[in-house]
Design a protein around this ligand. Structure first.
Ligand code: ADP
Ligand code: ZN
Length: 320
């Protein structure tokens, strides 16, 4: 008989915190969705959820959190475990990890939301069978999670590749960009809110033949080219609200143009396979965080897990 194992996970996002408790087989025993309001309210509700779950299901072996950032993930830093310079009102310098460690009786670990989503894609989605790949999200921000040699590239060395400098796309001359730190870094030029700021309407309202789309593809291809040259991953999984289906062909074509036939290893990339959509579903981040909790507790990945049902609202769920 194996030891009992109870796993906790949080996918901490700017609009909602998804929390779940699962058993050794990845079966979710209880879960909740908490609206992201103030840190006191949101973190209080998350802690209460795990305390309640422990009363019902027993001690948590490990609680793993995947969070929006930027995060301080260097254990030697004074602000280790904090959400640092986020523009999200009220959340700057919030001690996310410290709060959970003080209020939930379990070992708690923290990683980026995109690394957790990458782990979810590795188990159940477009990263299956791959040792080294990138997970990119083009949404409210631009984030990149990395698995290298089967291991998330996290902690103090996690990348912030959404903020790389990129060459201006043709015709994008007058727009200053919206990154509060860099102005026209990649995120400042190409996240969803940057598109809204440049064109005056939300990205979802731009018609299919609008020049915004080839420009956007050009920026995403610039990121993919950099990831290709620096990491040379097996695949780049690109998701997020901006990545609607027609974007994939555009990004692939723009990336081929950018790589410009350089080096045999890049000339032979099968673009249809290389630039892929995520397929692990909306729960990839939460599932990935549960898998990280499993790994913290057992030192192994839960390769026996079956894909969980998508996050659903009918299991002991409360809206905070
Ligand atoms: P988040 O990054 O906050 O997790 P999303 O990945 O859903 O959330 O990204 C939200 C962004 O995606 C918004 O800026 C929104 O304008 C954009 N977006 C949502 N739906 C579409 C769509 N159908 N077409 C283009 N952009 C979209
Ligand atoms: Zn930036």
């Amino acid at each position: 008989m194996s030891e009992p194992l109870l796993l906790g996970a949080i996918e901490a996002g700017g609009t909602k915190f998804l929390c779940a408790v699962a058993d050794r087989d990845g079966t979710i025993l209880t879960e909740t969705r908490i609206a992201t309001t103030t840190p006191v309210e949101t973190l209080g509700a998350a802690s209460a959820f795990f305390r309640d779950a422990q009363r019902v299901h027993g001690d948590l072996s490990s609680l793993s959190v995947g969070s929006f950032g930027p995060l301080s993930l260097n254990p030697l830093a004074g602000d280790y475990g904090h959400i640092t310079s986020t523009p999200k009102p009220g959340w700057e310098n919030i001690d996310l990890l410290g709060h959970l460690r003080q209020t939930v009786d379990a070992p708690v670990t923290l990683d980026t939301d995109v690394n957790c989503a990458a782990v979810g894609e590795r188990l159940f989605g477009s990263g299956q069978g791959l040792d080294s790949f990138c997970y990119v999200t083009i949404g409210t921000g631009i984030g990149v999670g990395l698995l290298i040699g089967g291991v998330p590239h996290g902690g103090a060395n996690h990348p912030e590749a959404g903020h790389i400098a990129v060459p201006r796309a043709p015709g994008d001359d007058g727009f200053a960009g919206i990154c509060p730190f860099h102005g026209d870094c990649l995120e400042g030029l190409a996240c969803g809110p940057a598109m809204a700021a440049r064109w005056g309407v939300p990205a979802e309202q731009l018609p299919a033949d609008h020049p915004a789309w080839p420009m956007e593809a050009d920026y995403i291809a610039a990121l993919c080219a950099t990831l290709t040259y620096v990491i040379r991953p097996d695949r780049i999984i690109v998701g997020g609200g901006v990545m609607q289906p027609p974007m994939y062909a555009r990004v692939r074509a723009a990336l081929v143009a950018r790589l410009a036939g350089y080096d045999a290893s890049m000339r032979t990339i099968d673009m249809d396979d290389y630039i892929a959509a995520p397929t692990a579903g909306a729960s990839a981040g939460l599932t990935g965080a549960l898998a990280l909790a499993y790994r913290t507790a057992t030192r192994q990945w839960p390769m026996h897990w079956r894909m969980a049902e998508p996050f659903h609202a009918n299991k002991e769920t409360v809206d905070a």
